[in-house]
Design a protein around this ligand. Structure first.
Ligand code: CO
Length: 301
């Protein structure tokens, strides 16, 4: 009996010691070197490739408005990953930050919780670069301790279903079922390029005449042309599957050069009609990006 009490006494003492050390460690972590706890400061950084086409800005403005409405009072910043576009805009007097500069500013301004939301379409090279640029800001002294990168539009099976439904809902109202729709994805040498073919599979289960091709990856417009010919389709709507209807949509898709999609299909006797609207101009698409941002912001509550 006496022995048992003594053992219990010892374990209580040990437990106490463990608790005290935990408290000491926790206090040190919060103090982080300067003996003061920084007040929580939330912010959102929206990251896009960027575009220098003025007409394409409506897509970004739409996202900006929706994000601000969803998170009132939270400062919203922008960064463009393309240095070429940033330089071009700078010449026109428009200053856009890179991800590193935007985060350095937020760090200096004492932001402690930052959602870095990717506005990319797939988890490709651009997204990998964003992750590798953003997360080091978390571990810097006086850095942004709570920094989370939100996923691109098409990141998992749930997104695949939502994106498929959104694309089909956004098709031109006067398009007939025997008319094709060819979506223009960007395409990439990154393994994530496989997502475009997967998207076409999901779309065609519900609408066999919707095709996906890419500018810089596979499938390309010649693959799409073969499929259109096989099905003897005579008309195709050309629709960007990029956040903005920028340079690729206006030139590579709907432009007048011989190798534009419009002309490649036109030469094969297929009539085309281009829709110059980026995915970020459609609210059902923006909602998918917003869901990803909401998931990040939940961690900060
Ligand atoms: Co490009």
């Amino acid at each position: 009996m006496t022995e048992r009490i003594e053992v219990m006494g010892k374990s209580h003492w040990l437990l106490g010691l463990v608790l005290v050390s935990c408290l000491v460690l926790a206090t040190q972590a919060v103090g982080a070197g300067h003996g003061h706890e920084r007040p929580a400061k939330q912010g959102i950084l929206l990251v896009a490739f960027g575009s220098s086409v003025p007409e394409a800005q409506v897509a970004f403005e739409n996202i900006d408005r929706k994000v601000k409405a969803a998170f009132p009072g939270v400062p919203v910043r922008w960064a463009y990953t393309s240095s070429i576009i940033r330089k071009k805009l700078a010449k026109e007097g428009k200053e856009l930050d890179s991800v590193a500069v935007a985060l350095a500013k937020m760090m200096d301004e004492g932001f402690t919780q930052v959602a870095v939301q990717s506005l990319h379409t797939i988890r490709g090279e651009e997204f990998d670069d964003l992750v590798h640029t953003a997360y080091p800001f978390k571990s810097m002294p006086e850095g942004i301790p709570h920094l989370i990168v939100g996923s691109p539009l098409l990141s998992n099976e749930d997104d695949m279903n939502k994106v498929t439904a959104a694309i089909l809902a956004n098709l031109p109202k006067d398009r007939r079922p025997d008319e094709a729709v060819v979506l223009m994805g960007h395409g990439t040498p990154h393994p994530a390029n496989a997502v475009y073919a997967a998207l076409m599979f999901h779309l065609q289960r519900r609408d066999p005449n919707v095709f996906v091709a890419t500018v810089e990856g596979s499938p390309d417009i010649n693959d799409a042309l073969e499929m259109l010919k096989e099905r003897k389709l005579k008309k195709a709507y050309l629709v960007p599957f990029m956040s903005v209807a920028g340079d690729h949509a206006r030139n590579d898709m709907a432009g007048d050069e011989a190798d534009s999609w419009k002309n490649v299909l036109g030469k094969a006797g297929i009539q085309t009609e281009a829709i110059l609207k980026g995915t970020a101009e459609y609210d059902n698409m923006v909602e998918i990006w917003l869901d990803h941002l909401r998931a990040v912001m939940k961690h900060f509550q």
